[in-house]
Design a protein around this ligand. Structure first.
Ligand SMILES: *[C@@H]1O[C@H](CO)[C@@H](O)[C@H](O)[C@H]1NC(C)=O
Ligand SMILES: *[C@@H]1O[C@H](CO)[C@@H](O)[C@H](O)[C@H]1NC(C)=O
Ligand SMILES: *[C@@H]1O[C@H](CO)[C@@H](O)[C@H](O)[C@H]1NC(C)=O
Length: 296
């Protein structure tokens, strides 16, 4: 019993001698570029008073509180809105310093650390958390190339491009054909995809290029979706096109698509035959019909 008491006393002395601790840092894990960011550092005085509270991004200190005086320093991509920065409960043993950053750029990403130092013991403790900045695509992916294949039939080549608005990190494009994910060898992405978070915004493009396999065409043709996703921001947008199936011989003749190219000689032949028939008829009409020449 005595021993336990002794241990408890020793432990509390040990805790008191630590002076101060960081209870929690609140740093948003993912923010969008152009957004103001609130950082929080919660500390607890344990027998000693707060001497300083500092915020660091990586190796750069950008903020300091030496109660009641505050200062800020330049760090790339990070600037503090001093008028929105506040200290809650400054006289209690549990304090909270809330720092507001002005709207951040992609450069603001990194490891954020709050460090507190005790007044008497200079005991220093810190906690840190990562912040990622994303540039969210502003709008839908754009699809190009439908003009070349307005109407389609089995065996025909389909060639479509899709491209996202600028974004960081780069979105990923996937294609759906009649609602099913297109086989990987049907598309190629022009992807600066190797670059990760914090890199400058880029457009990602993808080309879908395949020959329509037998049995794929549904009743109303070919539905193609270009799906762009940026996982970090939750961006998920689809642009769709429906390429109608060729139906009438008539439309084959007059459509200008690739698919009808083979039919053009045939059409020409038909027209030639029709013209020949008319000419022949004109020629022979008086003989066969025995009609008066005056009629012509
Ligand atoms: C700084 O914070 C104040 C108070 O919240 C706000 O009115 C002001 O617009 C902010 N300034 C910037 C540049 O964000
Ligand atoms: C922060 O991100 C780096 C990689 O960028 C990772 O190694 C590290 O563990 C992360 N730290 C925290 C506190 O999440
Ligand atoms: C589709 O993308 C490829 C590769 O970038 C390009 O060569 C082609 O001209 C594009 N086609 C259209 C219709 O935009």
């Amino acid at each position: 019993m005595r021993l336990e008491l002794l241990i408890a006393v020793l432990l509390s002395l040990l805790a008191a001698s630590e002076g101060i601790r960081v209870v929690e840092v609140v740093v948003p894990a993912v923010v969008t570029a152009g957004q103001a960011v609130v950082l929080e550092c919660r500390y607890e005085e344990e027998g000693d008073k707060l001497y300083t509270l500092k915020w660091w991004r990586g190796d750069d200190q950008f903020y300091q509180l030496v109660p009641p005086k505050r200062s800020y320093y330049h760090a790339s991509g990070v600037s503090v809105n001093m008028s929105a920065t506040e200290h809650l409960n400054p006289y209690g043993s549990k304090g909270l310093e809330r720092v507001m950053l002005e709207p951040v750029s992609l450069d603001a990403a990194g490891v954020y650390k709050c460090e507190v130092m005790a007044d008497q013991t200079f005991h220093t403790v810190s906690q840190q958390a990562n912040m990622t900045v994303v540039y969210v695509p502003d709008g839908l992916p754009a699809m190009y190339g439908m003009e070349e294949a307005l109407q389609v039939r089995s065996g025909q080549r389909v060639l479509l491009n899709c491209s996202t608005p600028p974004a960081s990190p780069p979105p990923v494009i996937t294609w759906l054909v009649n609602g099913k994910r297109a086989p990987t060898d049907w598309s190629v992405s022009y992807a600066p995809q190797l670059r990760g978070a914090g890199s400058p915004p880029v457009r990602v493009s993808s080309t879908l290029d395949f020959y329509i396999p037998p049995g794929l065409l549904g009743g109303d043709g070919l539905h193609v979706d270009c799906v762009a996703r940026q996982t970090l921001s939750g961006y998920h947008q689809t642009t769709s096109v429906v390429l109608p199936q060729e139906r009438l011989a008539f439309s084959w003749l007059f459509s200008s698509g690739r698919g009808s190219a083979a039919l053009l000689p045939c059409a020409a032949l038909l027209v030639a035959c029709a013209v020949a028939a008319v000419l022949l008829r004109l020629d022979s009409a008086p003989v066969i019909a025995g009609a008066p020449a005056a009629k012509y």
